[in-house]
Design a protein around this ligand. Structure first.
Ligand SMILES: Cc1ncc(COP(=O)(O)O)c(C=O)c1O
Length: 333
């Protein structure tokens, strides 16, 4: 089975991360270090720009950074604003806190954000606004001008959660300088993950970047020995394996182009993706879930795109898998 449904890294973890985990295995009888500062310091060093370990909070996957933010900022009297189609964990973690959901959908044709509509929809109870760039499940992106407009649209006391877990894969534009906004003390929490470009989805490691006042609020939600010893060691090793990330990104750039162009050549509507997956519309006479079931019979696993009827999302994989997917699509359509 070619698994192309969860935006994983087809190369898996960096060999350096695997080695670091192997070295850690005999010591698993011990707790991890009481402080996770070593990995946060490494993150500060790798991201540069004058960030320090106090700008980082570690989590069990980017999803848990979203959960920590929800626990720190939301309660039953608050609301969040999201722009569907959006990653379901925003809504899920907000609802777990009893918060209500305000939806300001993306432009249905281009999947662009509407800063003005966001500004109008925010209420006094709104505590968090979720922005995702590149967005899942659309793969679409925006540059600095849109980020600036979003910052202007969102009141200073409202936290902007800026989900950037796919940032390594972006080739077609310059992403906004959101770390610059963090350094300028804006109310922004950036979410990153080791599940995508670093290939460690099964290990569960992610992190948030923000000004120290935000980080402290998220830290307060955590228990001791929060991130496990394997993840701490593997994370440090993975961060500086630039070769592995480079190989991952190069494979993704080629595969994304191949999949996008092949689907377009079949007459399908495909959205320009800057992530490690491609969103496309299924032909009018087909049901997305049925087509995805049929693809399973061809050993290819994709998924219907959440929040969008009639669309499938396929993760970029190795060339052999990408071809198997395209051949199966040709056979089925
Ligand atoms: C937009 C987005 N944010 C966050 C995550 C969280 O990933 P993880 O919890 O594996 O780090 C994902 C995973 O697919 C995602 O697509």
């Amino acid at each position: 089975m070619y698994k192309m449904s969860a935006n994983e890294n087809p190369f898996g973890p960096s060999p350096k991360a695997v080695e670091a985990m192997q070295m850690t295995l005999p010591n698993l009888g011990f707790y991890p270090p009481y402080s996770d500062a070593a990995l946060r310091e490494k993150l500060a060093e790798v991201h540069g720009r004058g960030l320090t370990s106090d700008n980082f909070v570690l989590s069990n996957g980017g999803s848990e950074a979203l959960h920590l933010a929800a626990m720190a900022y939301l309660d039953a009297n608050s609301s969040i604003l999201q722009c569907p189609p959006a990653f379901p964990v925003y809504e899920r973690t907000a609802k777990q806190q009893g918060a209500s959901i305000i939806n300001v959908p993306l432009d249905p044709e281009t999947f662009a954000y509407y800063p003005e509509a966001i500004k109008k929809a925010i209420t006094p109870s709104t505590k968090v606004v979720y922005i995702c760039n590149p967005n899942n499940p659309t793969g679409t992106t925006f540059a600095q001008n849109v980020f600036d407009a979003l910052l202007d649209a969102i009141p200073e006391e409202v936290l902007m959660v800026y989900d950037e877990v796919y940032y390594h894969f972006v080739k077609g534009l310059k992403l906004p300088d959101v770390i610059g906004a963090v350094l300028a003390k804006k109310n922004v929490l950036i979410v990153h993950s080791f599940s995508k470009s670093y290939g460690m989805a099964g290990l569960r490691l992610g992190y948030g970047i923000g000004r120290p006042e935000i980080i402290v609020r998220l830290e307060a939600q955590k228990n001791a020995f929060h991130v496990n010893a394997l993840a701490l060691q593997a994370g440090e090793a993975a961060l500086t394996d630039y070769e592995h990330v480079g190989k991952t990104v190069d494979n993704n750039t080629l595969g994304r182009k191949y999949i996008s162009e092949s689907l377009q050549a079949m007459g399908l509507k495909v959205w320009p993706s800057e992530a490690n997956f491609v969103l496309f519309e299924v032909p009018e006479d087909r049901v997305a879930a049925e087509l995805s079931d049929k693809l399973l019979e061809h050993q290819v696993m994709v998924r219907p795109a959440f929040g969008l009827d009639h669309h499938l999302r396929v993760s970029v994989a190795l060339p052999e898998a990408n071809e198997a997917f395209i051949n199966a699509m040709k056979a089925l359509i």
